[in-house]
Design a protein around this ligand. Sequence first.
Ligand SMILES: NC(=O)c1ccc[n+]([C@@H]2O[C@H](COP(=O)([O-])OP(=O)(O)OC[C@H]3O[C@@H](n4cnc5c(N)ncnc54)[C@H](O)[C@@H]3O)[C@@H](O)[C@H]2O)c1
Length: 263
Amino acid sequence: MLINLNDKNILVTGGAGDGLGPGICEAVNDAGGRVIVNDLNLEAAQEAASKYKGGLAVAGDVSIAEDVARMFEEIKNQCGNIQGVVNNAGIGLGKYAIEAEEAEFSHLYDVDVKGIWLVTRAFVRQLLDNNEAGSIINISSVQSFNTMHRMAIYASAKSAVNGLTRGLAVELGQYNIRCNAVAPGYIYSKQSLSIIGKWAPDPEKWIEDHKTDHQCLDFFTSARDCGNVVAFLLSDLSRSITGQTIYVDNGTTNLLYNNRYTQ
Ligand SMILES: NC(=O)c1ccc[n+]([C@@H]2O[C@H](COP(=O)([O-])OP(=O)(O)OC[C@H]3O[C@@H](n4cnc5c(N)ncnc54)[C@H](O)[C@@H]3O)[C@@H](O)[C@H]2O)c1
């Protein structure tokens, strides 16, 4: 039994990053799906899309309604309707809530929450126009479950993503449209490394200690590990799963105390 995304066009927002994006796109591609890579920068999206069979690139800011409408028009003209969306585009902050500026708060919520709503709204309207089923996967975070210093604003946005996921599942089930979230633990990306660098003088050491202390499984979660779960949730194998947030975190969210404290 294999995950089969044959004949499905899948939009991956923020797909040109160097963290989760490639792992998600690869998994969709390997399952037979056609990958449509969105990102802010067209050249970066084109370079990423060129790695996948029939890959298509669309540039646009997910937090701007006009960009999202144009992207969906471009996709429709170039490869027809889409059957799945992975809302992966997202930014972090790494600042104490009381130190953050209003513009930083708004920007984070615009991309991490409003962006998901705008892309999902455009996708669902297209599905309803064509009387089609579909699957939406939102990339959340372990920070939506428990959080840490300097993450309150990001954690609250990712908690909103989980809430949006549940609510969309409730509202869209009647149309056979599913909505789930994947909540990764630490995954390498330049973005995550630079945020960790805001408090850790040696981010690589901090990440190594995180693996030893704050995961049940003693290896790093890869972007592809998350991509495999995303591909499953996009496929008909998961047809009875909706409204769920699945933690892909090597057990981070199970731990009450760090390993060295209790072993
Ligand atoms: N790396 C981790 O440890 C980790 C853990 C949990 C959750 N996440 C989440 O995974 C997702 C991907 O993050 P990543 O770590 O792979 O970082 P990344 O920076 O490699 O990928 C994010 C991509 O989104 C794009 N992007 C940013 N704003 C955008 C916008 N407004 N419109 C379109 N594209 C935009 C960026 O250009 C980038 O290519 C994010 O939602 C992040 O919150 C990451």
